[in-house]
Design a protein around this ligand. Structure first.
Ligand code: ADP
Ligand code: MG
Length: 703
């Protein structure tokens, strides 16, 4: 134990300068920190490639070569200087290139000597080279007993300049590993878990993660360390959740009576999907439990969340309480208001509406009747959160499209009811990958609608370059002739808002030229318009008075115009995946075949291309969320930014769903069986949690 606490400067090969860098660049202060600094990949250095086999097709591949270093020269072009070396083996010749450290390299590399070179092949317009290769004299290297798999550690420019590139770090790690013995690394998982999952001991796993002998050892080590990381996180989250649950008493809605049954037996216009039924049951169980519900309801666009929300509200009403539903925009709130009013018509339920646009006497009356309890269900915008809004007995508050509301805003709802806070249901159409939900909302309850109502036609998604614009316009014309409507959406991102607005206006003009009046009517909606104007334009489109809606992403959320069958997205490369998916969800709501056309410039980044491909390949929001997670990492997924870090040392939520599942199940069992880790079998867990919980304090603030 004490060995691992040794300061990093006491490791052989680490001077004060390197120690300082390790601290500032990598957060490594002690032997233990270094030990926990894992490779991010491994390279197979068991074989040598032949230069003749390397060509443009090898772009991006890592290769290891053995050969003679030939001529070196420094080439200056403009302000950049690069060192180019010829390197040859028995089969051919290729170039090695360095853009940095030329002077030093030129001095230390020896022309005519035999080297081992390792790096990633780069193909620039048919010219093949290896930029910044690792290079080592054959004489110095231990080729014979070379590692099967060499660890590669994350580095930075600063580290590289001080000899702490991947190779330098590897050397340090080897020094450290030689010092460490099994007794230095005690086990932290209970034996019964190790046995059950056949996990290697911690000591072995940590040795193997750095210097695996073979793929199998590496796999087992990785597996074990991922499990360990996820297991302790889940334990912590479940602990928080348990504490919360025992703390938060809530109203018990035990009755299912005439409102719910009247609606369900007589009024409901369609058969609920299996997923809707399951989720309603989950909610019902929560509402009846006597503890406050805090549930996230996620479901793809069009999966029928509103209906689930409505049925939950009817349960509240049956138990003598009021219910509220809050939407992020006026348009959406009004749509909910209209559809819910229609649904409950004839059931003796009073539905009210409140937003910023409800003013004067109307507002006063509404506020009064909310307070008196004359209104059963109120639908509105965040105006509902304001202080003057009081309820007689709010029992359930629903917020739709969660990512638009901050956590802080939501917590305002809690104060709207006495003696208990209302039950909270948060509905989101931005599916969070299951693995992420489990962690991010690990202390919340999550319900998922993973099924669309029957009979939906998949939206066909097509990618078009700017050069194909006239064909796209032609297609729009065809659809409009069939009586359909079309959205054309432009990105509007804060920092370049002025430019974007110009884009939008130019787009509007160009469309107006190609779709002239009086044959075509066009609406335009953007965030800078006054709410009343926005609404007016929106309504014209909803009523079918205009055929084309040119808009920014203000229409992203929730708008329902079933007759719209085409969604054209401009500058697609500037949208994130989940946003694109949301936008696409605006079409395909009616019986007609719908289309989503993704317009991009000719130049697409790799990631941009990947996003477009993903969109064309699937309509499934969860698959898209998973792809998003893989592309951008957990910290960038919409709706998670406010959650603090999701930085894992080794686990990867995009890939480790299965391990996470197992970790969660076992953690659950531990919490149920021995919540305070008092049993001898959990001695190690208790010990580690006491130390570990310091590091995950932030988690308790998530909900
Ligand atoms: P979202 O989950 O995106 O909020 P909505 O609640 O707006 O979805 O529902 C989308 C459409 O599907 C609505 O027109 C709604 O009436 C309809 N719908 C919901 N549930 C069903 C069902 N079980 N069968 C058929 N149509 C349904
Ligand atoms: Mg909705």
């Amino acid at each position: 134990m004490t060995l691992l606490k040794t300061k990093i400067e006491f490791l052989k090969g680490v001077g004060p300068q390197k120690a300082e860098l390790l601290k500032t660049e990598l957060g490594i202060y002690t032997f233990a920190d270094l030990l926990m600094h894992f490779p991010f990949r491994y390279v197979d250095k068991t074989k040598f490639h032949l230069i003749k086999d390397i060509g443009p097709h090898s772009d991006g591949e890592t290769v290891q070569l053995k050969g003679i270093l030939r001529r070196m020269e420094t080439i200056t072009s403009g302000r950049t200087k690069r060192l180019v070396a010829r390197f040859r083996d028995d089969t051919g010749m290729m170039e090695l290139v360095w853009f940095k450290g030329a002077n030093w390299l030129q001095k230390s590399l020896k022309v005519g000597m035999e080297y081992i070179v390792f790096g990633r092949v780069n193909n620039f317009k048919g010219k093949i080279s290896i930029p910044h290769p690792e290079i080592e004299l054959v004489a110095n290297s231990n080729v014979k007993n070379a590692l099967t798999l060499a660890p590669v550690y994350p580095s930075t420019d600063k580290l590289t300049n001080k000899g702490l590139d991947a190779k330098g770090q590897r050397k340090l790690m080897a020094v450290l590993m030689n010092k460490i013995e099994a007794t230095d690394i005690p086990e932290i998982l209970p034996d019964y878990i190790l046995e059950k999952l056949k996990l290697p001991a911690r000591y072995k796993a940590l040795k193997d993660i750095h210097f695996p002998k073979n793929q199998l050892d590496l796999k087992q080590a990785t597996n074990r360390l991922k499990f360990e990381e996820l297991f302790f996180l889940q334990l912590r989250l479940l602990q928080i959740r348990q504490n919360r649950k025992s703390d938060l008493r809530g109203y018990a809605f035990t009755k299912i009576a005439d409102k719910f049954l009247g609606f369900y037996n007589e009024k409901i216009p369609f058969e609920l999907t299996g997923a809707q039924k399951r989720v309603i049951k989950e909610i019902r169980k929560d509402l009846g439990s006597g503890r406050q519900m805090n549930r996230l309801l996620q479901g793809d666009v069009g999966s029928g969340k509103t209906m689930v929300g409505l049925m939950a509200m009817l349960m509240a009403l049956d138990n003598g309480h009021q219910a509220a539903m809050m939407a992020p925009t006026e348009i959406l709130a009004q749509q909910h208001y209209a559809s819910i009013q229609e649904y409950v018509d004839g059931l003796g339920i009073k539905v009210g509406f409140l937003s910023g646009s409800v003013k004067g006497k109307k507002r006063r009356l509404l506020l009064e009747s909310l307070k008196e309890g004359e209104i059963d269900i109120v639908i509105g915008t965040h105006a509902l959160l304001e202080d003057p809004v009081e309820f007689k007995n709010l029992g359930l508050a629903i917020t739709d499209e969660q990512h638009r509301f901050g956590v802080k805003q939501r917590s305002k709802l809690w104060k709207k009811s006495r003696p208990y806070p209302p039950h909270i249901l948060v509905m989101t159409a931005t599916p969070i990958p299951r693995t992420l939900a489990m962690t991010l909302y690990g202390d919340l309850d999550v319900s998922t609608i993973d099924e669309l109502p029957p009979g939906r036609k998949e939206v066909k998604t097509i990618h078009k370059y700017e050069s194909g614009r006239m064909r796209v316009f032609g297609f729009m014309r065809q659809e409009i002739e069939k009586g359909r409507q079309v959205y054309v959406v432009y990105p509007l991102i804060e920092e370049s808002a002025t430019l974007d607005l110009k884009n939008l206006e130019e787009g509007f003009e160009s469309i107006s030229r190609d779709f002239p009046r009086p044959d075509y009517q066009i609406s335009i909606v953007h965030g800078r318009m006054k709410p009343a104007d926005k609404d007016f334009e929106m309504q014209r489109f909803v009523k079918g008075e205009t055929q084309i809606m040119v808009a920014t992403t203000v229409i992203e959320v929730g708008v329902n115009v079933p007759n719209a069958s085409v969604m054209v997205i401009e500058n697609t490369e500037r949208f994130g995946l989940s946003q694109l998916h949301q936008l696409r969800g605006r079409v395909g709501r009616g019986a007609e075949q719908s289309y989503c056309i993704l317009m991009t410039g000719d130049k697409l980044s790799k990631e941009g291309k990947h996003r477009v491909q993903t969109m064309c390949a699937t309509n499934n929001g969860f698959e898209i969320a998973d792809a998003d997670l893989r592309l951008r990492g957990p910290g960038n997924i919409e709706g998670t930014q406010q959650s603090g870090t999701l930085n894992f040392r080794i686990a990867d939520l995009a890939q480790d769903g299965k391990i996470l599942q197992t970790a969660r199940e076992l953690a659950k069992r531990v919490i149920e069986d021995d919540p305070k880790f008092e049993k001898p079998i959990h001695e190690r867990v208790r010990h580690y949690m006491e130390h570990y919980s310091k590091r995950v304090k932030g988690w308790s603030r998530i909900s």
